[in-house]
Design a binder for this molecule. Structure first.
Ligand code: DX5
Ligand code: ZN
Length: 215
């Protein structure tokens, strides 16, 4: 599955870019929320997500890069999030957070930074619908894929299989047409792509090309 990252869209033509994703082979909209505290960048928030939701024909996969995410679960639900991911590094009570997200009717995701070991997920994997594994340090689009992520994907896949979980593995950051096949081979189910899609001459075709590799 391909999840284009709205972070790299043209905000002056956001409606056009949302329509492009609607008509493409993308499975999800990946929506990055940054607060300038958990990560050294500020992106956009609830009003922009509400606007995207009005036009989007696919599920919104909202990646929260904010401190104290639990304060805003209901707000993100009301803005239109279908999947809501919180960072393990930003969650003091991760288990409770996952239950709260699900109780609001969303799928619950856990995001992990490059330095966080996969073992940090072992006690919550059964409660997690999606792991958003960062393959760059979060905060910016257009960075390079960290190669050690491939080992982490294999390890996570093994954990999911051994525990009999149905968690999806999403890889976020530095995905290109060149490395996508290797990432999928390691066990990824969802590829986020920002820069690769939106800097392409034909973004919709780029989504199809990535989608073809993911089948
Ligand atoms: C990074 C974000 C990513 C970003 C990916 O902090 O979480 O979702 O948009 O962008 P690319 O695909 O350009 O690395
Ligand atoms: Zn993201």
């Amino acid at each position: 599955m391909i999840a284009p990252s709205v972070l790299s869209a043209d905000f002056l033509n956001l409606g056009r870019d949302v329509e492009m994703i609607n008509e493409s082979e993308a499975a999800l909209f990946h929506v990055d929320v940054m607060d300038g505290r958990f990560v050294p960048n500020i992106s956009f928030g609830l009003p922009v997500i509400k606007a995207i939701k009005k036009l989007a024909k696919k599920a919104l996969d909202v990646h929260l890069m904010i401190v104290e995410p639990e304060k805003y679960f209901e707000d993100f639900k009301n803005a239109g999030a279908d999947i809501l991911s919180v960072h393990v590094e930003a969650s003091v009570h991760l288990h409770r957070s996952l239950q709260s997200i699900k109780a609001l009717g969303m799928k619950a995701g856990v995001a992990i930074n490059p330095h966080t070991p996969v073992s940090a997920l072992s006690e919550v994997i059964m409660d997690t619908d999606l792991v958003c594994m960062m393959s760059v340090n979060p905060g910016f689009g257009g960075q390079s894929f960290i190669p050690n992520t491939l080992n982490k994907i294999r390890e996570l896949k093994k954990m999911i299989t051994e525990k009999g979980a149905s968690t999806l593995i999403e890889i976020d950051g530095g995905v290109t047409l060149e490395n996508a096949a290797t990432i999928i081979e390691a066990g990824a189910d969802v590829l986020v792509a920002g820069n690769t899609v939106f800097s392409a001459a034909d973004p919709k075709k780029m989504i199809s090309d990535l989608h073809r590799l993911s089948k």
